[in-house]
Design a protein around this ligand. Sequence first.
Ligand code: PLP
Length: 269
Amino acid sequence: MHLNPPVVMVFAGNDPTGGAGLQADAQALASMGCHPAPVVTAVTAQDTIGLKMFQAVDVAILIAQARAVLDDMPVAAFKVGMVGNLANLTAIADILAQYPEIPSVIDPVLATDRGDDLTESSLEEAIRSLLCPQATLLTPNSIEARRLVPEADSLEACGQGLVSAGARYVLISGTHERTADVTHLLYGQRRLLERFVYPRLPGRYHGSGCTLAAACAATLAQGLEPVNAIVQSLDYTYQTLRHAWHIGHGQALPDRLFWAREDDSEDPD
Ligand code: PLP
């Protein structure tokens, strides 16, 4: 029998490079056997070097997109990326709260990896008070984690603070830390649960955080237990970066379909 793939509803912005945002999520989800249901929260204009401008969509069309699909398809997981503004964040938090049994991965996107803001106003407080309580898994990078818990004096305290705010698991990615290797820290049950260490890759990448969070949503939608889902997603993301493409003049774009390339006998190393 031909089984339907799990549906993952993605709330994210469009990135015309195809490196980050909705397309990153859709590729990662499809690559991992899920059907992406993309709800557009914002439209960005950017290249692989920098952001030109962005505009959040009106909250009414955001809600209408989500409602149309939720009333039509069985959604197995939610993934939230760029929300764009406070009205959109609040609407998404309301929708997630209506489906407490559906796992949700929340990537608290505040800025591009090059440092350009992706929100119209400060969202840190609303992420803590409205989105953390809805998060099965929150996936900040270390810069976002420090911005979300400014009173914390260590990354450890940031992780604990976000778990206290209501996120069941918090995975802080360590790409931006000045360390030889890249260490990702997983918090849950009020403690550090795991440290995941990967060799540092030489390039700079656009869309790595989106890829990781979408892969986590895919594996949770497939029914994997959270720690196992995170391990598989980190490995998948690392492979997409190892196979990244230099298509534009700036950052490299992860190849989320690396395993499907016919000429892949050539290892990138
Ligand atoms: N979503 C959108 C629409 C973006 O443009 C970006 C970064 O430019 C992100 C999310 C976050 O990207 P990353 O996965 O590189 O953290």
